[in-house]
Ligand binder design. Structure first.
Ligand SMILES: [Zn+2]
Length: 162
C-alpha cells in the first residue's frame, strides 16, 4: 500500500481542502458551533457518535502540531480544550478522546470523540464505522448545535493555579 499522490500534494498545501474552505459556517460534513481566534469547531453531520466534533486549525497550512510556534500551540490547545469542555457540558460523556490523525486530509485538525456509557467499544480506541453512516436528522443536528453553543456560553475553565 502507498499513500496517494493527492495526499503528498495536499501535505505540501497544494490543493489542501481545509485551506480552500476558508472559515464556513457549514460544510457538507459539519456545522460550525465554535469560531475561535485560531480554529473552528464543527459538529459532524454523520450519525457516527453523539457529539463527534472536529476542531480545524485556521492559520497557514500546517500538517503537524510540531509546526506550530509556542504561542500558536498554546492558542490552539486552549481552543481545543474549550471545545472539549463544551462537549463535556453538553453530553456528559464517560470519556473524551482527542485524535490528531490527518491521514486523509493532512491539515492540522483534532477529532474530539465523546465516549458514552453505551459506547461501541469501551476501553479501546473508537471504532469508526466504514462505510460512514448517513447524516443525523436536521432537527437533531440543530438541537445538538444549540446545546453546544449554550455550553460554550458557560465558562467552565478551572482556575489558573490550584
Ligand atoms: Zn491546509
Amino acid at each position: 500500500m502507498k499513500w496517494s499522490e493527492q495526499f503528498y500534494a495536499w501535505r505540501e498545501g497544494d490543493g489542501c481542502p481545509s485551506c480552500a474552505d476558508g472559515r464556513p459556517d457549514e460544510t457538507p460534513w459539519g456545522v460550525r458551533f465554535f469560531a475561535g481566534a485560531v480554529s473552528d469547531a464543527y459538529l459532524v453531520r454523520a450519525d457516527v457518535q453523539r457529539g463527534l466534533s472536529m476542531v480545524i486549525w485556521r492559520g497557514r497550512h500546517i500538517v503537524e502540531p510540531t509546526e506550530l510556534s509556542d504561542v500558536e500551540a498554546a492558542a490552539y490547545g486552549r481552543e481545543v480544550l474549550t471545545v472539549g469542555r463544551a462537549l463535556q457540558d453538553a453530553f456528559a460523556p464517560v470519556k473524551l478522546n482527542y485524535n490528531v490523525l490527518g491521514n486523509s486530509v493532512p491539515h492540522l485538525h483534532t477529532h474530539i470523540v465523546p465516549r458514552h456509557a453505551d459506547d461501541p467499544r469501551p476501553g479501546w480506541p473508537f471504532p469508526f464505522p466504514d462505510p460512514e453512516p448517513g447524516p443525523m436528522s436536521q432537527a437533531r443536528l440543530a438541537q445538538e448545535v444549540a446545546l453546544l453553543r449554550g455550553a460554550l456560553g458557560r465558562d467552565r475553565r478551572p482556575p489558573l493555579i490550584r
